[in-house]
Design a protein. Structure first.
Length: 218
């Protein structure tokens, strides 16, 4: 990796972590933290904050990149976060649309909403596409990555009757377990797509931060 871009890459990754922390902090300032951390969005952004702060440190100090298994896991979860929000929750045409409730959020809550559902997914994907070497994720990673979202999908409906369902599509009292299970299995699609894209990513140009030879993801 050339020496000159390294500080900028570290700073970019630190900004991603800061965006996630800022969004979570705003949510916790307006709602009970225990309730806030029942949402997949919040848990994923917390993982993004930790992972990218770690990655920024390793980039700055010229240490080896973080393991691709970890990087890919948080990448998948934040992609799921962005897709579910924009295609399901914020989409008026969706059966699970919450656009009316989302439109009622103002001020800092609107800002945190964009940070957590739009800014972090986009910047993390850009980091993967532009600032990492084109390493190939093994196909077995698809199943390992899915353990995190599937575990969430398994626990949320169980605790839902006692503390409320964090998302309408997890309401098994209304939807039933088969429909919820099918939705959970649909999460395999972005997991497989990420691996497929990783196998066909072009080598970065010399003016990018990563060497042209295939190496593990940074």
């Amino acid at each position: 990796m050339p020496a000159s871009p390294r500080p900028y890459v570290a700073a970019f990754r630190l900004l991603i972590a800061a965006a996630a922390v800022t969004g979570i902090t705003i949510e916790c300032a307006h709602f009970p933290p225990l309730r806030v951390f029942t949402y997949f969005t919040i848990l994923t952004n917390a993982a993004i904050a930790l992972t990218f702060a770690w990655s920024a440190y390793r980039t700055w100090t010229r240490r080896p990149p973080i393991p691709p298994l970890i990087y890919g896991a948080v990448l998948l979860c934040i992609v799921i976060t962005g897709l579910v929000y924009h295609l399901v929750l914020a989409n008026d045409a969706s059966d699970f649309s919450e656009s009316e409730a989302l439109g009622a959020r103002t001020g800092a809550l609107t800002f945190s909403n964009q940070l957590l559902h739009t800014m972090t997914p986009l910047t993390v994907v850009l980091d993967w596409l532009l600032l990492t070497a084109p390493g190939r994720f093994p196909w077995r990673y698809a199943g390992q990555w899915l353990l995190l979202p599937l575990a969430y999908f398994a626990v949320a409906p169980i605790r839902g009757p006692f503390s409320g369902y964090p998302y309408p599509f997890l309401d098994v009292d209304t939807r039933g377990y088969p429909a919820t299970l099918l939705l959970a299995l649909a999460l395999a699609a972005p997991s497989l797509l990420l691996i497929l894209l990783a196998h066909h990513r072009p080598s970065p140009r010399r003016n990018r931060i990563s060497p042209s030879a295939p190496r593990p993801l940074k």
